[in-house]
Write a protein that binds this ligand. Sequence first.
Ligand code: 5GP
Ligand code: MN
Length: 334
Amino acid sequence: MQEVKLVYPLLEQAKKIIITTHQKPDGDAMGAALGLYHFLTQLGHETTVISPTNWAKFLDWMPGSQTVIDFEAEKEKANLLINAADILFCLDFNVLHRTKNMEAALTGASCIKVLIDHHQQPQEEAFDYGISNVNKSSTCEMVFDFIDASTHKHLLNKDIATCLFTGIMTDTGSFRFSSTTPHVHRVIAALKETGIDHTLIFENIYDNFSENRLRFIGNALLNRLEVLYEYNTALMAIPKKDLVKYDIKTGDTEGLVNYLLTIEGIKLGALVIDRTEERKWSFRSKGDFDVNLFARTHFEGGGHKNAAGGRSSLTIEENINQFKTVIHEYEQQL
Ligand code: 5GP
Ligand code: MN
């Protein structure tokens, strides 16, 4: 993978460009994709964002979101676009299998592939150019840096800024996590200069849910939470029947895992959800406990030191038992 700055000369002439992100894109993935989309479109490129799957309704207000193609819903159209592309930007993921059903199409594509990402252990051999930096708060911060270091930084406008603000806000837990460096605040200042309405962005993301979702969270906190004090760990397991009862949609479970770390003294929060296709884990930690390593070792996953995810095809009960067994090994660290 060569340096990302070598991509600038390739953008001097109009190109067909595809931007993609990980499956079930979150605020950072969608913000980075759409922020870059608005920039490249202004530069005169024929640009399309393709998401591997659908995404949360609370991201639908973002400028440009109506143009995003859902790969699973429009496979034929998406494959034609991927095959015709000159350049493919892969944002906010480190390995191609994070694009789920799109992996084969991306691996097979003969175009130039560019990675911009902040996850650990990137699959460098899969990309021609790129930048991977785990010290970055978000991929949105990195897209800002990419625009800012170009000769076209004057193209930064309110639409780009709105998208990039969203991803930095969501990936830093509203500017709270240790990844929120002085540089992040300078980026936010530059984004604010474009005239974005940050209060509205907060409302669009955090005050945009259904009554059902709030009741689902209430039920989860009351009935699905187990605190393992001897390990400073909180475990929450959501059975499929809860997802059905409260009509839970993509994105409705986002943020749920964060409640676990709000209990005094808890260093590890683990959430497992019984999805139709698999059991999906989310891990969050405080301090030195490395959930990226934990997820990689035990649950086919990965992510960051303090926020990671994983998966399993075993039943939810088997997953709970597995978790409670392996957690013994970490008693000293927790
Ligand atoms: P979340 O718990 O919010 O789904 O994910 C937390 C972090 O872990 C994100 O940075 C996400 O990219 C990463 N992550 C989530 N699930 C997986 C997974 O199955 N595999 C890998 N490698 N990373 C994951
Ligand atoms: Mn991210």
